[in-house]
Design a protein around this ligand. Structure first.
Ligand code: GTP
Ligand code: IMP
Ligand code: MG
Length: 348
């Protein structure tokens, strides 16, 4: 599909990075543009046996011909950016929008020392909240003000829209999850801006009419780091017993966990205008699925779970994650025609 926006359906860490990496290698998009808040996000996945963790570089980097862009709505921490550019060797094909606001050391210090942020909200301490607040006050530096970023400076909205004008495909990579949204999440236990699909479009400078697909990602169970309500939350012992233990990519904190929440999933579908969904970590709740690549390799209970999700949210499941490797995935897309194609068939 020419333009796919990918966002999280719960509280972040649903596995957006892995899904974006898989789709980039499989569908070969011309552009992968990172949207979302900034370095508070940690996208991780396994590639050729190695674990990759990304807080700034778009997760589409494994597809070597993809142009990688960071939209003007995203906060850039030059220290993290340069470290990742070096590790991923994406020099020459990554661009940072001239209007990205810059996270400085003082933002990180404020994030960590402010009791409201660090203790009450339980932020990631990456400086994104104070930086977004300074941005609203029009105090932040922008990427174009930093000589060291000069060779990376790009007009991201222009590049993305030009690609779409040429019918080239674009993936917009969101961060966090719907219920961490400043507008739609569990305020004040949320992040410092909206993180739903329409905000992801604004982050990279595309209008809503340019989007073909909104892919919302759900994990097979719900996790959350930091404070705030989590319906059906399990105790630490039970999380361990079920094998659902996870640690935050950015903070290393133990992620709180609860079973899949159908009410939240339906609301996330509504708030994001989902056309497709992905379910990740099916292998964690059904270990027999580990690394399955085909629907026929799924045990009955796992297939029934996918059907139950589809029946509840009324949106097709396009992808199912069965392991941390980018190839551990079941791709249902080939089997199913796109809802827009179905409309065309009905009309003709
Ligand atoms: P945020 O933007 O920080 O919300 O991150 P994210 O959505 O990219 O997720 P994150 O990488 O923080 O967490 C997902 C974790 O699950 C990573 O360690 C992935 O390698 C792993 N993962 C993703 N998909 C699967 C899957 O289908 N099965 C298993 N076992 N692990 C997965
Ligand atoms: P902040 O975004 O660092 O200000 O943190 C605000 C809240 O959002 C805290 O509860 C964080 O744990 C949570 N949060 C922010 N980014 C992520 C993420 O990428 N994954 C999961 N939780 C996140
Ligand atoms: Mg994460």
């Amino acid at each position: 599909m020419p333009c796919t926006v990918i966002v999280g359906g719960f509280f972040g860490d649903e596995g957006k990075g892995k899904i974006v990496a898989y789709l980039s290698v499989k569908d070969r998009p011309t552009v992968v543009a990172r949207a979302g808040v900034g370095t508070n996000a940690g996208h991780s996945f396994n590639l050729d046996g190695a674990s990759v963790k990304l807080r700034q570089v778009p997760s589409g980097f494994p597809y070597r011909n993809a142009r990688l862009l960071i939209g003007p709505g995203v906060l850039v921490d030059p220290v993290v950016f340069f470290d990742e550019v070096e590790k991923t060797k994406v020099n020459g094909r990554i661009g940072v929008d001239k209007q990205c606001a810059i996270i400085e050391q003082q933002h990180i210090e404020r994030d960590k020392s402010d009791m409201h942020l660090s203790s009450k909200v339980g932020t990631t301490g990456s400086g994104t909240g104070p930086c977004n607040s300074d941005r609203a006050l029009r105090l932040t530096k922008l990427a174009k003000d930093l000589p060291e970023l000069k060779e990376y400076i790009a007009d991201v909205p222009k590049e993305v829209n030009d690609a779409l004008d040429k019918n080239q495909s674009v993936i917009v990579e969101g961060t966090q999850g719907t219920f961490l949204s400043l507008f739609h999440g569990t305020y004040p236990y949320c992040t410092s801006k909206d993180v739903c699909a329409s905000q992801a479009c604004a982050d990279v400078g595309i209008g809503p009419t340019r989007v073909d697909d909104v892919l919302v990602i759900f994990k097979s169970f719900v996790t959350r780091v930091g404070a705030g309500e989590l319906a059906g939350e399990l105790g630490e012992e039970e999380i361990e017993r079920r094998g659902w233990v996870e640690y935050g990519t950015v903070t290393g904190r133990l992620r709180r966990a609860a079973p899949f929440n159908f009410d939240l999933a339906r609301r996330a579908v509504m708030l994001n205008g989902a056309t497709q969904v992905a379910i990740t970590k099916l292998d964690v709740i059904f270990p027999e699925c580990k690394d399955a690549k085909s629907e026929k390799d799924l045990p009955k209970e796992a297939a029934a779970f996918i059907k139950k999700v589809e029946g509840s949210i009324k949106v097709p499941v396009a992808l199912v994650g069965t392991g941390p490797d980018i190839n551990s995935i079941i791709d249902f897309r080939e089997k199913r025609s796109h809802p827009k194609d179905q409309q065309k068939t009905t009309k003709s």
